[in-house]
Design a protein around this ligand. Structure first.
Ligand code: BDR
Ligand code: CA
Length: 310
């Protein structure tokens, strides 16, 4: 199985990403590292544990990482995810422990211990923990197989400001460190995730499972989609983060191209913007495979088939 570390700020869509990974035998989740983002760290690490228990995998190792971005004040998104970050289902307080080790130490140690080129990082929140690991131990960079992340947007614009997507906006300096690292990066931007909409019949697939995980997904998705439906008038809400895991399972669902990606960290107006050289108008080095489209029916089929196993 492919070894992955999920770095996350759950988040309803993070929750589905974690469930998808834990339900998939092709992947070995060596650890889940929590970061402050959608809600503060004390909630994201707890939410991550709730989801592992929901998946029936309380043995999963969950670590807490950074409680704030590298250089800025934390911006959260309770307006999207609710006060707990995981509003919707009524999940019990987790009984499984939080690991005592700091998430950044866990990331560094694991990458140095495991065979070079074997660990894939899956960041689905602000990039603070990943940047801290790279700053702390730059020698991990060439040992990382790939980073597959949810963040940014180009033709779609932003979702927290007109220019910026939330994960990049919250910690743009961290994103800059990651995109300058030389590690192979795959980006799932809003251009992809805004095509993966949780329409009513897709939510019905989870209802039809008749399982605890299926029912929890219905409650998570129904809470999550209301924000985008009201705000953007879309039929359903965009299911961002599970695209990262789906790409590892079925890369053929996605299409995109290699480009240069730089992160804006100076301008007040466009802070956190992912400046993507899609048309190759500069000679800046290509540093990321940026996805632009997804087979959204295939994506939801995969998600339902896997979560139906839990
Ligand atoms: C990203 O921001 C968070 O609110 C979601 O969980 C996702 O990771 C989308 O912009
Ligand atoms: Ca997230």
């Amino acid at each position: 199985a492919r070894k992955i570390i999920i770095d996350t700020d759950p988040g309803q869509d993070d929750a589905l990403a974690i469930l998808l990974a834990l339900a998939s035998p092709e992947l070995e989740v060596v650890g889940i590292t929590a970061v402050a983002g959608n809600v503060p760290l004390a909630l994201t690490e707890k939410n991550a544990r709730k989801i592992c228990e929901l998946a029936g995998k309380p043995e999963t190792k969950v670590y807490a990482g950074a409680s704030r971005p590298l250089m800025r004040k934390l911006v959260t998104a309770e307006h999207v995810h609710g006060r707990t970050g995981l509003d919707g289902p009524d999940l019990p307080e987790p009984e499984m422990p939080l690991q005592p080790q700091h998430a950044v130490d866990f990331i560094v140690e694991t990458i140095l211990r495991e065979e070079a080129g074997s660990i894939t990082l899956c960041p689905i929140g602000p990039l603070t923990n990943i940047a801290l690991a790279l700053i702390r131990a730059p020698e991990i960079a060439p040992r990382i197989r790939e980073i597959v992340l949810m963040g940014g947007g180009f033709f779609e614009g932003g979702n927290i400001t007109p220019a910026a997507e939330f994960n990049i906006y919250v910690d743009p300096e961290a994103a800059k460190v990651v995109f300058a690292s030389g590690i192979p990066i795959v980006v799932m931007p809003l251009d992809v995730t805004h095509r993966a909409l949780t329409k009513a019949d897709r939510i019905d697939c989870f209802r039809a499972m008749g399982t605890r995980a299926g029912d929890a997904c219905v409650a998570l998705l129904e809470f999550f989609e209301r924000f985008d439906e009201e705000k953007y008038g879309s039929d359903g809400g965009p299911l961002h983060d599970p695209n990262v895991i789906a790409y590892l399972l079925k890369p053929e669902l996605y299409s995109g191209r290699y480009c240069n990606v730089e992160i804006e960290t100076q301008s007040e107006l466009t802070l956190g913007m992912t400046v993507i050289d899609w048309w190759g108008v500069t000679d800046r080095p290509k540093n990321a495979l940026v996805m632009r489209d997804v087979d959204h029916d295939g994506f939801f089929e995969l998600l339902a088939e896997r979560i139906g196993r839990l």
